[in-house]
Every structure is written in structure tokens, then in C-alpha cells.
Design a binder for this molecule. Structure first.
Ligand code: GLU
Length: 208
């Protein structure tokens, strides 16, 4: 169980996500990654290893956008690797998901999605979540996420963004922690308060 962060507002999300992930480093992790909506598409970077690997890569290859999610992973399903690192995306790369926790019924959902033609790139339990959202998506991201979590058993804190919804950061939790931070013309999510304190003192814990 490690950390997630998310940002929506008027600033560039990338430094805010990286700062938040640094503040969650104490929770331990084996990989890290971010995804942003840059106004045209979802861009993402994810690597096995220390957060500095992601940070150094982004210094050389900067990306920017006003909406984004980030993750530090503590592998439960699938070895630590670039492919298994979060975020996970649907095939068209229009939806990106970060997840903390364990989806206990992922094998059944995965089989069902493979039968529908979905292709999996990772060994994680998490990847079923993004394909499930994709399979339930009919134009409303929040509705698709609600329908998807009805199917999930286990523990999860999820951050979800979409190419087609530049004004929406969807977050949901069950058993895994998730904090919402309210700012001026900007809002945040994180697994724990230290990731938000630089930006806002208005924080509240989401109920399951
Ligand atoms: N179960 C997921 C995985 O192994 C998430 C692990 C985590 O909470 O970092 O990828």
C-alpha cells in the first residue's frame, strides 16, 4: 500500500504531483509514475525504482498540464517493473488510473474483459480497473467509475482522469486512505495530509 496524488486547477500539475509523491515517500515504494491531461491527450511516465528516476526523466523530457494523477507503488500483484508501475491506461490511452490497495476479484473481471477483447499489458490487479471503466463508459466519466467500483471487491483508493474530461478529477476510496484538499480554483487528492500541506490547510478525509 503506497501513495496516490492528484491535482486539478490552473497551475502545471507536474511539480505539484512530484512534490506530493516526495511527501509520501515515507510510506515506502518500488516504482512511481504520473499521468496528465495536456489539453490534447493523456501523457504519462512511469518507472521502476526511486522517485528520482521519474524526476530526472521529467527534467530531460518535460510534460505539462492542468490535470494529473501520480502514484508510488508497493507491488502486490506483478513484480516491480516499468509496465506494472501505475498509472494504467486503456488501449486508446484516453483514460488513466492510479490505485492503492488490492482488487481481490481481479481474476474474474480480467477473464470477462479478455473475452470482450480487452488486451492487458501488465500483471497487476489494477489494470482491470481501467479496462472496466472503459467498458462501462458512455460519455460520463463519473458514472462509469461508479458503475466500475460496484463490481470491485477489496481495498482501493483510485484517482481517474480522462482525455475527454479536462475539467474532472474523479476519486473514490474503500478501505485505502484518501484525503481531499480544497484550494482556490484548484483541488487536490492524496493518500495522506503531508502531501497537501504546502498547498492548502482545507483538507478532509473521504468516507468509504
Ligand atoms: N495492487 C496494486 C499493484 O500491485 C497497487 C499496489 C499499491 O497500493 O501500491 O499494482
Amino acid at each position: 500500500m503506497c501513495g496516490i496524488v492528484g491535482y486539478i486547477g490552473e497551475k502545471n500539475a507536474v511539480p505539484i504531483l512530484l512534490n506530493g509523491l516526495q511527501k509520501l515517500e515515507y510510506r515506502g515504494y518500488d516504482s512511481s509514475g504520473i499521468a496528465i491531461n495536456n489539453g490534447k491527450e493523456i501523457e504519462y511516465k512511469k518507472f521502476k525504482g526511486r522517485l528520482t528516476i521519474l524526476e530526472n526523466h521529467l527534467k530531460e523530457n518535460p510534460i505539462a498540464g492542468n490535470l494529473g494523477i501520480g502514484h508510488t507503488r508497493w507491488a502486490t500483484h506483478g513484480e516491480p517493473s516499468d509496465e506494472n508501475a501505475h498509472p494504467h491506461l486503456n488501449e486508446e490511452e484516453t483514460i488513466a488510473v492510479v490505485h492503492n490497495g488490492i482488487i481481490e476479484n481481479y481474476i474474474a473481471i480480467k477473464e470477462e474483459l479478455i473475452n470482450k477483447g480487452y488486451k492487458f499489458k501488465s500483471q497487476t490487479d489494477t489494470e482491470v480497473v481501467v479496462h472496466l471503466i472503459d467498458s462501462l463508459y458512455e460519455g460520463d466519466l463519473l458514472t462509469a467509475v461508479f458503475k466500475a467500483v460496484e463490481r470491485l471487491k477489496g481495498a482501493y483508493a483510485l484517482g481517474v482522469i480522462s482525455k475527454d474530461h479536462p475539467g474532472e478529477l474523479v476519486a473514490v476510496r474503500k478501505e485505502s486512505p484518501l484525503v481531499v484538499g480544497l484550494g482556490e480554483e484548484e483541488n487536490f487528492i492524496a493518500s495522506d495530509i503531508p502531501a497537501l500541506l504546502k498547498y492548502t490547510r482545507k483538507v478532509y478525509f473521504l468516507e468509504n
